[in-house]
Design a protein around this ligand. Structure first.
Ligand SMILES: Nc1ncnc2c1ncn2[C@@H]1O[C@H](COP(=O)(O)OP(=O)(O)OP(=O)(O)O)[C@@H](O)[C@H]1O
Ligand SMILES: [Mg+2]
Length: 266
């Protein structure tokens, strides 16, 4: 954070962000301030540009048709994915990307290994520092499991044996294991039943409180979005068409016309 930044400053500022794929304008001139410390929702129909916006923020693609993205005052455009992650931005993906055939704990250790407090040489010559870092990693994993209501008994079992709801929580845990400040969640409730979605919602609220996170949430499950988000924006054909408190968005005729009246938002 810059010396002059305050809690009132947005954690993320997008200015005129545009991204094209060939002839497809996936994101068009999006300007958006995302406040610190809240759950900010992004909704909109399939193909509206939501994931592309996450890709622009997290460095997976560059806003090739112009725009600036500032995180806590720092420019993100042009920085590689790992550098953006190191600044404190983490994300999950629309499709599950856990390592099959590995335990939950091994999946979480993979999220950590870049940030463990020792380098490759130290890892080959394990000493007190390495053991202390590993002990810390295991206690961080236990704590995260408790916050997200992942049973500790599941940690040393195969990740494939878990329900989809639990696998989604493991993905969230892996994203936050390096203690980011900003978490981008791309359809965490995709494929979950109502009970699993409610459970995920409770776990995400707890996570935000315990880790003092800012969260940006993309999801089509309107119950989850309405219950978790403090503020929402709506994308349609790459354009920002509305922004405001969830209750206002539910009443906005433009939003109802392009999204809330469609099966996507059922
Ligand atoms: N790598 C790519 N190459 C070409 N076109 C792409 C690529 N990624 C996205 N698009 C196009 O950009 C547009 C926005 O896609 P995006 O995946 O961002 O939408 P979305 O809002 O996340 O949709 P969904 O709700 O279905 O996940 C779509 O027209 C899509 O086909
Ligand atoms: Mg998407």
């Amino acid at each position: 954070m810059t010396a002059s930044a305050t809690d009132a400053d947005p954690i993320l500022r997008l200015e005129h962000v545009s991204k094209t794929f060939g002839g497809v304008q996936a994101v068009r001139d999006v300007s958006l301030d995302i406040p610190q410390g809240i759950v900010f929702g992004i909704i909109g129909p399939n193909g509206a540009g939501k994931t592309t916006l996450f890709n622009c923020i997290s460095g997976f693609c560059v806003p090739n048709a112009g725009g600036h993205i500032h995180y806590q005052g720092r420019n993100l455009v042009g920085r590689p994915v790992h550098a953006i992650a190191r600044l404190g931005i983490a994300r999950t993906f629309q499709n599950i990307s856990l390592l099959s055939g590995q335990t939950v704990r091994q999946n979480l250790m993979i999220g950590l290994h870049l940030s463990l407090a020792y380098g490759p040489l130290a890892a080959m010559l394990p000493g007190r520092r390495v053991h202390a870092a590993e002990a810390q990693a295991h206690s961080d994993i236990d704590r995260l499991a408790d916050i997200l209501a992942i049973p500790r008994s599941a940690l040393d079992g195969q990740v494939d044996a878990l329900s989809l709801g639990m696998q989604k929580k493991v993905e969230v845990a892996r994203a936050v294991i390096r203690r980011p400040r900003l978490l981008l969640l791309d359809e965490p409730a995709g494929g979950l039943n109502d009970r699993e979605t409610e459970d995920l919602g409770r776990s995400l609220s707890e996570l935000r409180r315990e880790l003092d996170l800012s969260i940006v949430l993309i999801d089509h499950d309107m119950d989850l979005v309405m219950s978790l988000c403090h503020e929402l924006c709506v994308l349609d054909f790459g354009q920002l068409i509305a922004q405001g408190p969830p209750a206002d968005m539910q009443q906005d005729p433009k939003v109802v016309a392009v999204y809330l009246g469609t099966p996507d938002a059922a």
